[in-house]
Design a protein around this ligand. Structure first.
Ligand SMILES: [Zn+2]
Length: 518
């Protein structure tokens, strides 16, 4: 009786198989993701599998056959994209408008083969108990191997940090609204000139004419987004911050608590500021549970879900239907630009954090906001992971940067004029561009380009006067918060570090653009 029950259960192997693709994608992108971002994906995939299984059960009138058919569908669904990647390009023009590419051949072949196998399964008289049982074992084994790979990344220390919210209000002076806008990968003026042959004087002069201080020799502390954000927002270098931090799966997840629950925001909140945050499309800075006001568009996919979708047959259908896969990101940009204009009208003092992914790749905007990257994968890959030539990088980057400039030109005067008290506006990049960044080799990286980050600060003279030409992000809020609060945040020495993609916490100092071996 019991054995029979187990035998019947063996038809559930597709439910195990479908766990593998998201698990593998998660393991591949563990630096940028956290576990909770994947939950919706797992749920949708399992629900879809159940739906196919139920329909197949009705058609095949056998749970074992239904299981195998569901597995076949899942294999086609998840592997089609990878199959297409492996096969060489094909280009057979029949007429000028009708060209046989590889998908025009691959798609019918795959579907005919799947249909043939389904038919054989339908007329088969076998019961497949043993076969299904083997599949269960194989899939369990593969899931186990993948989970072990993830667990290996678990740090050993126990998490100990906790936020303290007191809610005291600054008794002296007025409270300015503070806007902290990160333009991801935006390069310093001399960097843009030297490597991109682009003169950004117009924009820099515009900022200066508005009253901004734009230092000429700023240099970032870290060349990777999540390191730079965690460091800047906690006003400290990564090693001492990590010591206080506890276990999580993956590097980004390790720093996500530091980004979400950071010292700068805690300090503002302590002195009565409301924390305003925006969806960014970049997981470590998204969905901040500590935000008093959080702007996001309903129904949009997170980064993991987007990547997952792009790895399935749906991507091919999307291309066929000419769906614009970067549209969500474009909409988010416009949505955020519009919503930010509501913040100056709020009566309470606010600290606003907005992480704009542009001008960092992918290049989804032309200089006038034209739709680019159409039909291509939306991928944040930068530096040596960027898919394209160095010229494509440089051209796409400058086009997107010009679009960002145009938007900032319209946004900034709006924020200033609509604020009752003059606000504090910080435009800053987490690092410079990455046309010559090598993720595996610090020696092959152009540090002048990558570390040449951008900074522009609109603030009362008391703050502006304390900023200096070579200031690095770690000291930015030390200056601002020392002035705005009764607390004292003494300046640290400015240092810059390279760390590779595979070993983000193995830091090498870079002095005057020269990589230091040690
Ligand atoms: Zn970045």
């Amino acid at each position: 009786m019991k054995l029979k029950y187990l035998k019947k259960l063996s038809c559930l192997h597709p439910f195990l198989f479908v766990l593998l693709p998201p698990l593998i994608l998660f393991a591949e992108n563990i630096r940028e993701l956290i576990v909770t971002d994947t939950l919706r994906t797992f749920a949708v995939i399992e629900a879809g599998t159940a739906l196919v299984f139920i329909i197949a059960r009705i058609i095949f009138r056998s749970t074992q056959k239904a299981g195998l058919f569901t597995l076949l569908c899942a294999i086609v669904f998840f592997s089609y994209f990878h199959l297409g990647q492996v096969l060489p390009e094909l280009y057979i023009p029949i007429t000028e408008s009708f060209i046989i590419g590889k998908h025009k051949l691959l798609m019918p072949i795959v579907f005919l083969l799947a249909a043939y196998l389904s038919y054989r399964l339908y007329i088969s008289r076998q019961r497949y108990y043993k076969f299904s049982a083997y599949l269960i074992l194989i899939f369990l084994l593969l899931i186990g191997v993948n989970i072990l790979g993830l667990v290996e990344n678990l740090p050993r220390k126990i998490r100990s940090t906790k936020t303290v919210r007191t809610g005291t209000t600054l008794s002296t002076g007025s409270q300015f609204d503070v806007y902290y806008i990160i333009l991801d990968g935006y390069g310093r003026k001399d960097v843009l000139k030297e490597y991109f042959n682009f003169d950004n004087s117009d924009f820099v002069n515009f900022l200066r004419s508005q009253g901004f201080y734009v230092p000429k020799k700023t240099q970032t502390n870290y060349i990777q987004t999540f390191l730079s954000l965690a460091s800047t927002l906690n006003m400290d270098y990564i090693p001492p911050l990590l010591e206080k931090q506890g276990p999580a799966i993956g590097d980004a997840a390790l720093l996500r608590p530091l980004i979400v629950n950071n010292r700068v925001t805690q300090t503002f909140k302590k002195y009565g500021y409301d924390f305003v945050s925006f969806a960014s499309g970049y997981e470590p800075s998204e969905n901040n549970p500590n935000a008093d006001i959080y702007y996001y568009q309903h129904g949009s996919l997170n980064y993991f879900e987007y990547r997952m979708l792009n790895n399935t047959l749906l991507r091919r259908l999307g291309v066929m239907l000419k769906l614009d896969l970067s549209k969500v990101a474009r909409n988010r940009f416009y949505f955020n630009q519009e919503k930010l204009r509501e913040v100056p009208l709020m009566p309470q003092p606010t600290f606003t954090f907005m992480h704009i992914l542009q001008p960092h790749p992918p290049f989804i905007f032309g200089p006038e906001g034209e739709v680019t990257n159409k039909g291509k994968v939306f991928s944040l890959n930068d530096g040596s992971s960027f898919k394209g030539t160095i010229d494509e990088y440089r051209q796409g980057y400058i086009n997107q940067l010009r679009f960002v400039n145009a938007n900032m030109r319209s946004l900034i005067p709006n924020l200033i004029t609509n604020s009752e008290e003059p606000p504090i506006i910080i435009l800053q990049s987490d690092h410079g561009p990455g046309s010559m960044t090598n993720w595996n080799d610090g020696v092959k990286t152009n540090h002048h380009e990558r570390m040449g980050n951008f900074l522009a600060v609109y603030a009362p003279p008391a703050i502006k006067n304390k900023l200096y030409e070579t200031i690095s992000p770690v000291n930015l809020f030390r200056v601002v918060l020392t002035e705005l609060t009764p607390e004292d945040f003494p300046l640290l020495e400015d240092h810059s570090y390279y760390s590779s993609g595979p070993e983000p916490f193995n830091f090498y100092e870079v002095i005057d653009g020269v990589f230091q071996y040690h």
